[in-house]
Each structure stands twice: as C-alpha cells, then as structure tokens.
Design a protein around this ligand. Structure first.
Ligand code: FMN
Ligand code: FE2
Ligand code: FE2
Length: 400
C-alpha cells in the first residue's frame, strides 16, 4: 500500500497485515487483519512516529523512501515499545545512523532490554516539546495504555494526535485509511471494541486518565497505530473508548451473553430452552459455544452486556474447562458487576456451579439463579430450563 498524505507533509506509512493469524500470539485476526500505522512528518527536520512489526520490511521501507531518504530521518518517536511498533527499529537504525530516538525514560529502558539500543536517545517527559522547524511535537505521558512506558504525540498546528495503541482497533485497512472514506465503519467500531477488550481493557483506568488528560487538547485528527485514521469525527472514537472504559462501573446493556459447553448434548438442550425463555421476554441473547469460540470474540459481549448465562456440565468436579477459561479471562480483564445465572447437567455430585461462584466472587457478579440438573435432557428438565431463562430475563428487565 503506497504512502498516504494525511496533512501537508505528514504521511501515513505502515504495514497492512493480512497474514498474521494471532495478534500478540493470542488473539485471532485471520479474517480481520490488522494494520501497524506509522507516520512521517517532513519539515526542516524529518520525524517518523512509531514503526511497524518486523514483516514486509521491503514494502515498509519502500514507502518511507518514496517520501524521504532513510538517511535523512532525524527523529524516531517511539510512543510504545511493543514489537508491533518497534520490530524494525534496529534495521532502521542501521539505515539512519544519525537518527535520534525520542521516547520516555521507561521506554528507553525497554529499548535497551529488548534491542540493546541505548545511543542517540532523547528522553522526553509529559508536556515536553520537540521542534522540527516550522512544526512542533508535543508529548503526553499516558502510562499503561497499555504498557508502563506509553505516551502519545501531538502536532498542534494540524491538531493531529498520534495515539499509538490508544483509540486503535483490529481490522486491516480496506483501500482507505480514513473514517470518512470508509464504507463500513461498523466493522472498524466492532473490531475496535474487540481490540479494546482484548488488549487495553485491563488498563481502563489508565485509558480513562489519558482521555481526561486530552480533554482540553484541540484534537482534530486521531491517528492511532492500528486501524482507521479518524479525520472527520475524531470525537467518535474518543467517545467510544470513554464508554468502553466505563462499562464495569455500569450495570451494562440490557441484553444477555449466553456461554455454554456440552459434551453429550444435554446442557446444549437446556441451553436452547433457556435461550427461548430469554428471547420470549424480548431480550437479545448472543450464544457462544465456548469450546468452539475464541474468548477474543466472547469478551466484548461479556464486557458490555448486563446478563451472563453460563451453561456448563460438571467435568471432574469442576466447571467444564472451555467455559472455565473464558470466565476466568473475563475476570482477568475486569468484567465486573454482571448479573449471572448458571445451568448445567451433571452425573453424580456436580460441582460446576460451586466452581463458577468461586471464580466470579471477587469481581462481584451477582448469582441470580441456578439450575443444576442431574442427568439428561428429559422433557420436565427442558421445561424447567425454559422457565429458568424466562425468569432470568424478567429479573434483568425489572432491575433495568
Ligand atoms: C470426563 C467426564 C468427567 C465428568 N466429571 C463429573 C464429575 O466430576 N461430577 C459429576 O457430577 N459429573 C461428572 N461428569 C458427568 C457429566 O457432568 C454428565 O455426563 C453431564 O450429563 C454431561 O452433560 P452434557 O451432556 O451437557 O455434556 C463427567 C463426565 C465426563 C465425560
Ligand atoms: Fe501495544
Ligand atoms: Fe500495538
């Protein structure tokens, strides 16, 4: 993808990654892709802001070379040291030996630790500026979005905020890098939420602090390092991130996430009946088979929806493992204050419910109801499961 001018003498360059299957070696992006956005500003001095993962390096350096000779890069601003933005740093340093790396003190420590890089460094702190000639870059320390060293870089004359992972999202770029030219913004908003919950949600308090810090800054364009550049409505992605940060402090949207697993189909039969009960009360229920769905896709629903219904058989005295995994992941991410109901089939003494309660107790999920059924999906039990679903939905609606 060729370089794109985002403002006079300011360019998007980057890698549009459609071949990595797992972001951070963990989160599926095979279908969605991701971009590593990097930016070049040409002035009396030339700066590059954030880099890319070490892949498709010929393309990446080719894009930059179309704008400036690599030797002429004076500054490399590193907002964040994670290798999806620094993987090519050592190669770039070879090609631009006079280049100065501009980063926070913590970032300098990490660059030494990851790459053995320690010379030609300029340490910046919150509020510091760097003149490029006619333009000035301003730095905002935004720690733990989502690593300790993270900062954002602002160019005041055009109002461009280079926010790195903040306001970023999954989704390879599809022919345009700008929100106003994108025909399917819903895709990017959905993928930004998934990215938010997977990558930064655990640090939502720090993200909120960063947003507060930017409240009085005249931001006219948000240029994150993943996903769309928000040119026409930068406030949109800020509002979304703000809303997503706040979810654990709210009761959540009036809808249900139903996560189930089943070995022999009994819990699955109860699941269908319970879902019918919920839907009959007019609530939206999103159903996931935990054994067949990556937590990446379930977590955004758990993050935003008030009701959680867990369907799981007992497995070796405990919660069915794939269900256990996603609930535990939700707890780690900080999903809080959810209304919970649990059903499932067991063979002799059960244990799934007891296990579930133990997992969610510290994050204040409120167990509204449970239905552990010994044995199979006989007609009476199926009727019980339907009534159970209906009653849970009614409780959610009453509390709304
Ligand atoms: C490997 C395995 C381990 C199990 N462990 C327990 C157990 O510890 N306690 C229990 O009450 N039932 C246990 N069961 C029985 C299941 O909970 C029971 O068969 C249940 O009906 C399965 O529901 P499903 O049809 O939705 O898979 C186990 C079953 C299997 C296959
Ligand atoms: Fe990161
Ligand atoms: Fe990143």
């Amino acid at each position: 993808m060729p370089a794109v001018e985002i403002k006079p003498d300011m360019y998007w360059v980057g890698v549009n990654d459609r071949t990595t299957d797992l972001f951070e070696g963990l989160w599926p992006i095979s279908r969605e892709g991701v971009s590593y956005n990097s930016f070049v500003i040409k002035d009396e001095k030339t700066a590059i802001i954030d880099l890319a993962k070490a892949m498709k390096t010929d393309d990446f350096f080719g894009q930059i070379a179309d704008i400036t000779s690599l030797r002429d890069i004076d500054y490399c601003v590193i907002n964040h040291v994670e290798p999806d933005h620094t993987g090519v740093l050592r190669i770039l340093k070879e090609m631009a030996p006079d280049m100065t790396i501009v980063c926070t003190e913590k970032a300098a420590g990490l660059l030494e630790a990851y790459y053995g890089v320690h010379d030609h460094m300029q340490i910046v702190g919150d509020g510091d500026t760097l003149s490029l000639g006619t333009r000035t870059l301003q730095f905002f320390s935004t720690p733990f979005v989502h690593w300790p060293e993270t900062m954002m870089t602002f160019e005041p004359s055009e109002g461009v905020l280079f926010s790195c992972d903040g306001f970023g999202g999954y989704g390879a770029l599809q022919g345009t890098i700008f929100d106003d030219e994108c025909q399917d913004q819903d895709f990017y908003e959905r993928e930004s939420l998934r990215y938010f919950v997977n990558i930064v949600a655990k640090f939502r308090v720090s993200v909120r602090k960063a947003i507060q810090k930017l409240a009085d800054v005249d931001v006219r364009m948000i240029a994150p390092s993943h996903g769309l550049i928000w040119r026409s409505r930068p406030e949109r992605i800020i509002e979304l991130y703000q809303k997503w940060c706040d979810y654990p402090d709210t009761p959540g949207d009036l809808a249900v996430t139903l996560i189930y697993g089943s070995m022999y189909g009994n819990t699955e039969s109860f699941m269908n009946a319970a879902a019918q009960g919920i839907a009959a009360e007019g609530l939206d229920v999103e159903i996931f088979d935990a054994a067949r769905t990556h937590s990446s896709y379930m977590l955004p629903y758990l993050w935003t929806r008030r009701g959680v219904v867990v369907g799981a058989p007992t497995y070796e005295g405990a919660l069915f493992p794939p269900v256990w995994e996603v609930i535990r992941e939700a707890r780690i991410k900080g999903v809080k204050n959810r209304q919970l109901a649990m059903f499932g089939s067991y063979g002799w003494t059960g244990g799934a419910l007891r296990d579930l309660v133990k997992i969610v107790e510290p994050v204040k999920w409120n167990l509204v109801d449970s239905l552990e059924i010994k044995g199979g999906a006989l007609p009476a039990s199926i009727a019980q499961a339907a009534a159970f679903g209906r009653k849970f939905a009614q409780t959610l609606k009453q509390d709304a």
